[in-house]
Design a protein. Sequence first.
Length: 70
Amino acid sequence: MLWLDDDKKSSLDDKIRKAADYYQEKYGQKPDICLVNQAMLANEKRVDAIQVQPAHNVLPNHFWVGIKAV
């Protein structure tokens, strides 16, 4: 799911949590991965149970949230 959040007052972690909450409400599952623009995050990290990865093909302030393919 693509999520846009350009709120300058919220932290990256808060934005990811907000997107994850919406994803769970909409799809009934907790996401486990989130891709963000590489300018927003230099190195991979975790926010709660979500693996957050920088990606060159995600626009700034956008969040690709979902479930990793098995």
